[in-house]
Design a binder for this molecule. Structure first.
Ligand SMILES: NC(=O)c1ccc[n+]([C@@H]2O[C@H](COP(=O)([O-])OP(=O)(O)OC[C@H]3O[C@@H](n4cnc5c(N)ncnc54)[C@H](O)[C@@H]3O)[C@@H](O)[C@H]2O)c1
Length: 253
């Protein structure tokens, strides 16, 4: 990788995305930060102390193909290449038993978590292939390898991210491009706060999550960022198509 690699991060105004930005910025990456709302991106970048000279902020909805083309185009126009891609934007949807879940929730979660990840790969991989190098990290979840009551739609979407990761890895390997997935457990972000609130008893949900985690606590976004940074880096040069759980020991595999 070059001395100042260029990395695109989607969902970069949120907990894990912003932590990835901070970590990679500290390692000297030039960043393209993508999220739905420009002013949220500006606030996030400012609060994290990201250097405006090496950071491009792009408002885009990852579920819309023209927006995805837009952030890829903006990255190339500004920096001329894309070395790393953190395909991170995601939503949890509204919890419900399968028989009570609405098709609208299914479609929205799929639009962001599956179509958004697919479109990111569809438009970033050709850039990396043309460079003959690049590394992608897709954000799946423990929900990508386990079932979870009332989370069926989210679980399906995160299983799909694993299928995409494995396929992209074998398709892109000959082009010098690596593709891996990170599977976080319960991480301290706004998404986790919403999941706790939606459960109807936030305190009970939090203590159940802690009890189910051998390390006895939630993970911090920076602990996911560290795994992402490793997978993006040349240190992981022989790692592709892999699933990295970062879950405090929660998964029994
Ligand atoms: N927090 C956890 O415990 C946890 C666990 C496993 C996996 N994950 C995954 O990690 C990723 C990041 O989660 P987080 O906890 O940081 O969530 P978060 O809600 O804090 O941040 C998600 C960000 O994605 C953005 N986003 C949502 N829809 C978008 C769209 N259509 N286009 C562009 N941006 C969009 C949001 O605006 C937000 O800034 C998600 O894919 C999530 O499913 C999180």
């Amino acid at each position: 990788m070059l001395e100042k690699p260029v990395t695109v991060i989607t969902g970069a105004a949120g907990g894990i995305g912003l932590a990835c930005a901070v970590h990679l910025h500290g390692l000297g990456h030039q960043l393209v930060l993508v999220d739905l709302n420009q002013s949220h991106l500006e606030k996030a970048a400012q609060s994290a102390g990201l250097d405006a000279g090496h950071t491009l902020l792009v408002a885009a909805d990852v579920s819309r193909e023209e927006d995805v083309q837009g952030y890829v185009h903006a990255a190339i126009e500004r920096f001329g290449r894309i070395d790393g891609f953190v395909n991170n934007a995601g939503i949890e949807g509204t919890p419900a038993l399968i028989e009570e879940q609405s098709v609208e929730v299914l479609d929205r979660v799929y639009a962001v978590n599956v179509r958004g990840v697919f479109l990111g790969l569809r438009h970033v991989l050709p850039v990396m292939r043309a460079q003959g190098a690049g590394a992608v990290v897709n954000l799946s979840s423990l929900a990508g390898i386990m079932g979870a009551p009332t989370q069926g739609v989210y679980v399906m979407s995160k299983h799909a991210v694993i299928g995409l990761t494995r396929t992209a890895a074998v398709e892109a390997a000959s082009g010098g491009v690596r593709v891996n997935a990170v599977l976080p457990g319960t991480i301290n972000t706004e998404m986790m706060r919403r999941i706790e609130r939606d459960s109807g008893n936030g305190a009970a949900a939090e203590s159940a999550n802690r009890a189910a985690t051998p390390l006895g606590r939630y993970g911090e976004p920076k602990e996911i960022a560290a795994v992402v940074a490793f997978l993006i880096s040349p240190e992981a040069s022989y790692v592709t198509g892999s699933l990295y759980t970062a879950d405090g020991g929660m998964s029994p595999f």
